[in-house]
Design a protein around this ligand. Structure first.
Ligand code: UDP
Length: 331
């Protein structure tokens, strides 16, 4: 059944890709974004858009009621790990307090279905790999901690108020919309793949490799890069499960196939046919050597399947976006 879905942070990278998938699946997304990081151009013309701050609970309440919202997807969070260490209050207020305000409005207005963007950073440094959902969660920075705090609040709200929720623990979201309409445009950009493209396009001198002495096959960090459209489709595949009041779900979303920093750089060079200048640097503080997912639970329970199991096609979609939008949405 088609749902009215409030997408908080729907003008951002992952949120905007979810909005596109919602429309493709016949749902009605309503977007809330304060455009602090999101892009107005990433919001489709046909979708209602509210330029509103999550902290404005009166406005959020009115949107929830006037738009007859059935389900809320929440992507509006700060996501710079290093900054969260430097300025934890910013993260506790924006990622935890603002989310609790949103949940309070939901409880008060009777909206009982919630999809939350969580993170593999809730696991901290995993005891073994690949990571499964039942492994201990010991975040090593305030960013991961605030996401875990919300996950725990969701369990309590399920019990007390019958709120149903799914928290997706993302690994490294990558790539761009299959139709070229959306892509990754952060400011500042800190993510590996867009930075390598910037170096390939001559927009920066080089790409730095943070650490070449890890105990990994080529000495650089291993991560699990998952296509943002695959990620988005899982968010919709969970809708039926949320019909059961008070149900709480947690799923890893990754491909399960790790790629090293060097492999990412090599693949970008291959895809765009350009040589990328590389500078080897020391380790970046707080980087676990290897993170990759066992996403079997999402596949088994949601009938979700990867359309992009391999890195190269993911990078091809990202390259099309960066080639056609060298200045991002500002083009
Ligand atoms: N990385 C790098 N150079 C950069 C940016 C990132 O070597 O300029 C590495 C980083 O140390 C990590 C991987 O690339 O091992 C992915 O980093 P990113 O910031 O994209 O995502 P994260 O895994 O931190 O969420």
């Amino acid at each position: 059944m088609a749902k009215n879905v409030l997408v908080v942070g729907g003008a951002g990278y992952i949120g905007s890709h979810c909005v596109r998938q919602l429309i493709l699946s016949g749902h009605r997304p309503v977007i809330v974004d304060n455009l602090s990081f999101g892009h107005r151009q990433a919001v489709p013309a046909e979708a209602p858009f509210h330029n509103c701050d999550l902290g404005d609970t009166e406005a959020m309440r009115a949107i929830m009621e006037n738009e007859r919202i059935d389900l809320v997807m929440h992507f509006a969070a700060f996501a710079y790990v290093g900054e969260s260490v430097e300025n934890p209050l910013k993260y506790y207020f924006n990622n935890l307090v603002a989310t609790l305000n949103l949940l309070k409005v939901m409880v008060e207005t009777g909206v009982r279905q919630f999809v939350f963007s969580s993170t593999c950073a809730t696991y901290g440094i995993p005891a073994s790999l690949p990571i499964t959902e039942d492994m201990p969660q010991h975040p090593i920075n305030p960013y991961g901690q605030t996401k875990l705090d919300v996950e725990n609040a969701l369990k309590a709200l399920a019990h007390a108020h019958g709120l149903s929720s799914a928290s997706f623990r993302y690994f490294n979201a990558a790539g761009a919309a299959e139709d070229g309409s959306l892509g990754e445009d952060h400011n500042p950009e800190t993510h590996l793949i867009p930075l390598v493209f910037q170096a390939a396009l001559g927009q920066r001198d080089h790409i730095s490799i943070f650490g070449t002495d890890y105990e990994t096959p080529d000495g650089t960090c291993l991560r699990d890069y998952i296509h943002v459209d695959d990620l988005s489709r899982a968010h919709i595949a969970v809708f039926d499960k949320l019909e059961t009041p008070g149900s709480t779900y947690f799923y890893n979303l990754g491909t399960g196939t790790p790629a090293s920093v060097r492999e990412v750089i090599d693949t970008v060079e291959k895809v765009c046919g350009k040589k990328v200048p590389v500078v080897e640097e020391g380790r970046r503080a707080g980087d676990p050597p290897a993170l990759y997912a066992d996403s079997g639970k999402a596949k088994r329970e949601l009938g979700w399947e990867l359309q992009y199991p391999d890195l190269e096609p993911i990078i091809e979609t990202a390259w099309r976006w960066h080639r056609d939008h060298p200045s991002g949405y500002a083009k």
